[in-house]
Design a protein around this ligand. Structure first.
Ligand SMILES: Nc1ncnc2c1ncn2[C@@H]1O[C@H](COP(=O)(O)OP(=O)(O)OP(=O)(O)O)[C@@H](O)[C@H]1O
Length: 312
C-alpha cells in the first residue's frame, strides 16, 4: 500500500530512537518530497545516523511515526529496502573482488537478470568514472574511487530514494568535488537524495532543503539560503587580534554589528556591511592582526542556533 501522496518520500512525526536510557533522536518531524536533495546537518553524535538507519528500515523506531515511500518500516521493511539505495558511512565493498564484480554481485542480489546486470554495471561504472578501473580489485582503489563505487553499487536497483550517510568524510578536497559533481548529476535524473553531513559546505552545495540537528533535535529547517537569511546577516567580519588584545576589543566592537560572537581565536561581527564595520573599527584605533570580510554560511547559522561551532 502506498501513501495517499505519492510525492512524499519520507514522513516522520515525533520520531524517536532510544538506546537503553539514552535518547539519540528526541522526537523529530521530517518531510522529504520526491526529487529533492534533503540534508541532515549536524555535528558528530547529533543523531543523524540513527535517523538514517530508521529511514533505511534497518533500525526500528522507539517512538513516533515513520513512513518511507508510503510504507511502514516495521511492517514492510523488505519492500522499502528493495526500492532504496544506501551508502553507509563506512564502505562495505567486497575488497577482494574487482570493481565490475562488485556491481555484478550486488545486481544479482537484487534479482536482476544476467544481461541486465551486465548492462547496468557498465552504465554505473561510466557514471562513477571507473570504467578504466573495471578489472582492478577494490583494494587498489583510492578512497574517492571506493566511495564512487559504493554510490554506483547503491544505484544497481534504480532506487527511488538514495540515502547517503556522510558521503565525503575522510576524502581530500579534489575527491570530494568529484563526488559532489556525481551527486549533482544524480539529482538531475530525479532521484531523491537524503544526505547526512557535518560539512556545512557540502550541505550548502548539495541540499535543496535541510534540517540542522543537534543533540537529537531539529534546531531549524529550510533551504541553505533561507536559513542564512533567517539566522545570520549577509556578511561577517572576522577579526583576529594579537595575544591578549581580543578581550578588551570585544566591548569596543559590540555596537558595530548586529551580533558579535567571541571564539577562542577570533571575533565574528555579524553585519550587513563588513567593510564599513572594519573601517569603523580602524577609526576607533583597533589594530587587529588580520581581518576578513566574508559571506555568511551555514556554519554561522549553526553557531547562532547552538552557540557552538560545527567543526569543534
Ligand atoms: N547502537 C548504539 N548504542 C548506544 N548508543 C548509540 C548507538 N548508536 C548511536 N548511539 C549514540 O547515539 C548518539 C547519536 O549517534 P548517531 O550516530 O546517530 O549520531 P550522528 O549525528 O550520526 O554522528 P556520527 O556522525 O558520529 O555518526 C551518539 O551519542 C551515539 O553514541
Amino acid at each position: 500500500m502506498h501513501g495517499v501522496d505519492d510525492d512524499v518520500m519520507v514522513e516522520a512525526k515525533a520520531l524517536a530512537k532510544r538506546f537503553g536510557e539514552f535518547e539519540a533522536v528526541r522526537g523529530i518531524d521530517v518531510h522529504v518530497r520526491r526529487g529533492e536533495a534533503f540534508g541532515f546537518l549536524g555535528p558528530n553524535g547529533a543523531g543523524k545516523s540513527s535517523t538514517m538507519r530508521m529511514i533505511a528500515s534497518v533500525s526500528p523506531r522507539s517512538d513516533g511515526e515513520l513512513k518511507v515511500l508510503g510504507m511502514d518500516p516495521d511492517r514492510e521493511g523488505p519492500r522499502i529496502r528493495a526500492r532504496l539505495g544506501v551508502v553507509p558511512q563506512q564502505d562495505n565493498l567486497d575488497t577482494e573482488l574487482t570493481v565490475r564484480q562488485n556491481l555484478h554481485v550486488y545486481g544479482r542480489y537484487f534479482g536482476l537478470s544476467r544481461a541486465r546486470v551486465r548492462a547496468k554495471a557498465e552504465e554505473l561504472m561510466e557514471f562513477a568514472q571507473l570504467t578504466d578501473r573495471a578489472d582492478d580489485e577494490v583494494d587498489s582503489l583510492s578512497g574517492g574511487m571506493k566511495r564512487r563505487l559504493t554510490i554506483a553499487r547503491s544505484l544497481v536497483n534504480d532506487p527511488d530514494l538514495l540515502l547517503l550517510d556522510e558521503p565525503t568524510t575522510g576524502l581530500d578536497p579534489q575527491a570530494r568535488h568529484l563526488l559532489w559533481d556525481r551527486l549533482f548529476r544524480l539529482k538531475t535524473t530525479g532521484v531523491t537524495l537524503i544526505i547526512t553531513t557535518h560539512y556545512m559546505d557540502e550541505a550548502e552545495q548539495l541540499c535543496d532543503r535541510l534540517v540542522v540537528m543537534d543533540g537529537g533535535r531539529i534546531a531549524a529547517e529550510g533551504s541553505p539560503s533561507e536559513l542564512i537569511a533567517r539566522y545570520s546577516t549577509r556578511e561577517v567580519l572576522e577579526l583576529r587580534f594579537p595575544p591578549g588584545e581580543q578581550e578588551p576589543a570585544v566591548e569596543r566592537v559590540t555596537d558595530l554589528a548586529e551580533r558579535v560572537e567571541v571564539l577562542p581565536d577570533r571575533l565574528l561581527l555579524y553585519t550587513a556591511a563588513g567593510e564599513a564595520a572594519l573601517e569603523q573599527a580602524h577609526a576607533r584605533g583597533l589594530r587587529p592582526a588580520s581581518s576578513l570580510v566574508r559571506r555568511s554560511t551555514l556554519e554561522d547559522v549553526f553557531l547562532r542556533l547552538t552557540g557552538r561551532s560545527l567543526v569543534e
